[in-house]
Design a protein around this ligand. Structure first.
Ligand SMILES: [Zn+2]
Length: 416
């Protein structure tokens, strides 16, 4: 039987509205938003159907967050990462399922997994989709593709490929396993002691092979990338998204804007000393990360100024308790404060990623016909990004998976 839920006494806000709709209500039927509007309009639409009511006390309803850069099987250098690396396959899946459940509790209702170990992401995704496990919607790349010894090899499950044939095969293997999109490492990064952020790690032929194979199979492709020259080449060849972009230039951000290549800046990864300390991340990596922070922010600002599509992505586990909130919210605050402002930050965490994922018919706004993936905050997130810190309710697929307002449910009979 379909369950009917009325969220009332609230304001509704999303990135497509010029301002929040006050005095609003949302009717959720099953997993879908059945009506949204003024209290009167929604109650009229609901008619005399039996339903439950949740009084939101004047709070704001907005779309669930979409985090475009996650690794549920993340294992950074240091003792905590070594524990993850040592896990058996069953242990790893349970560890990832725990991370998925925690992520959902933080209001992140969709994640894009940009590189997981051992294809453990696929059964996890299937279990969430079938309702056996609670977690965010998952769009996943399977294993990230890198060159021999390239960024993320071994430790993060990177699949080592070489040559054009190797890269084509690597892409096809991920698609065969169920990949929604492809992730390729095209330069060094922060977490490899044997490489530098600006170490180029693909030939032009390998880049071309990876990008064209992904596109032939109808998949988008994103690249872990730091330095501008190799990014410029990848953008020219049709790359769909850049991760991190630690060292972008105005020339390359102009090219990204022109070609429609998005950026997921992951700003927290160069400003998260306490997180690294908790994991026991070694000194060399901490120095490299924190030392890149200023240049990283410059890159992000250049991208925003050029009109590049930018999207929320934490890289850190989205649920990590970090500087008084979750890593996902802290990342969005950096994006908002650094260049975007709250309205564009809201878009970068909701409708814009939904569009990149080609899922904006079902995700990213509070509209009739979309999945009921919603969160509740004290204030209006289009005016103040920090209000995400006051998250109290999370709804995914029409199910209330977090409710800090407590005991606001009451069965209500239909009016006579
Ligand atoms: Zn990453």
């Amino acid at each position: 039987m379909t369950t009917e839920l009325l969220l009332h006494n609230c304001s509704v806000v999303d990135a497509t509205r010029t301002e929040a709709l006050t005095g609003a209500a949302v009717w959720i039927s099953g997993n879908t938003i059945a009506a949204v509007g003024t209290e009167r309009e929604v109650r009229d639409a609901l008619g005399n159907r039996r339903h439950r009511v949740m009084d939101l006390g004047g709070r704001f309803v907005s779309p669930g967050l979409i985090n475009m850069h996650t690794h549920l099987s993340l294992s950074l250098p240091g003792p905590r990462g070594a524990e993850v690396k040592a896990m058996s396959a069953p242990q790893l899946v349970l560890h990832m399922a725990d991370g998925a459940a925690r992520t959902l509790q933080c209001g992140v209702t969709t994640i894009r997994c940009v590189g997981e170990k051992d294809h453990a992401d696929f059964p996890l995704k299937a279990s969430i989709e079938s309702g056996k496990l609670r977690g965010p919607r998952m769009f996943t790349a399977g294993r990230p593709i890198c060159c021999t010894g390239g960024h993320g090899h071994g430790s993060s499950g990177g699949l080592e490929c070489d040559g054009e044939t190797g890269f084509r095969q690597g892409v096809r293997q991920q698609i065969r396993a169920g990949a929604d999109f492809i992730k390729v490492m095209i330069s060094g990064g922060i977490s490899g002691q044997h490489e530098k952020i600006d170490t180029r790690q693909v030939t032009r032929g390998e880049l071309e092979a990876a990008i064209s194979t992904a596109h032939e199979w109808g998949r988008k492709i994103t690249a872990h990338a730091g330095p501008a020259p190799v990014i410029a080449e990848a953008v020219e060849l049709g790359l769909d998204c850049v991760e991190h972009g630690y060292e972008l230039t105005d020339e390359v951000t102009a090219a990204m804007a022109e070609k429609g290549c998005a950026l997921v800046p992951t700003l927290v990864v160069t400003r998260c000393k306490s997180f690294f300390d908790e994991l026991g991340v070694p000194e060399w990596m901490q120095q490299r990360s924190l030392g890149a922070g200023e240049r990283h922010m410059q890159s992000f600002r250049s991208a925003v100024d050029a009109g590049v599509t930018v999207m929320l992505g934490s890289d850190m586990p989205p649920f990590w308790d970090f500087e008084g909130t979750s890593a996902a919210v802290r990342e969005l605050e950096h994006m908002s404060d650094g260049a975007l402002g709250p309205k564009a930050a809201l878009a970068a965490a909701t409708i814009v990623p939904a569009q990149w994922l080609r899922a904006d018919d079902k995700l990213g706004t509070v509209e009739t016909g979309k999945y009921a993936d919603l969160i509740v905050t004290e204030g209006d997130p289009s005016l103040d990004t920090a209000t995400y810190r006051s998250l109290s309710v999370v709804v995914k697929d029409g199910v209330v998976v977090r409710d800090d307002l407590s005991a606001v449910f009451e069965p209500q009979d239909a009016p006579a």
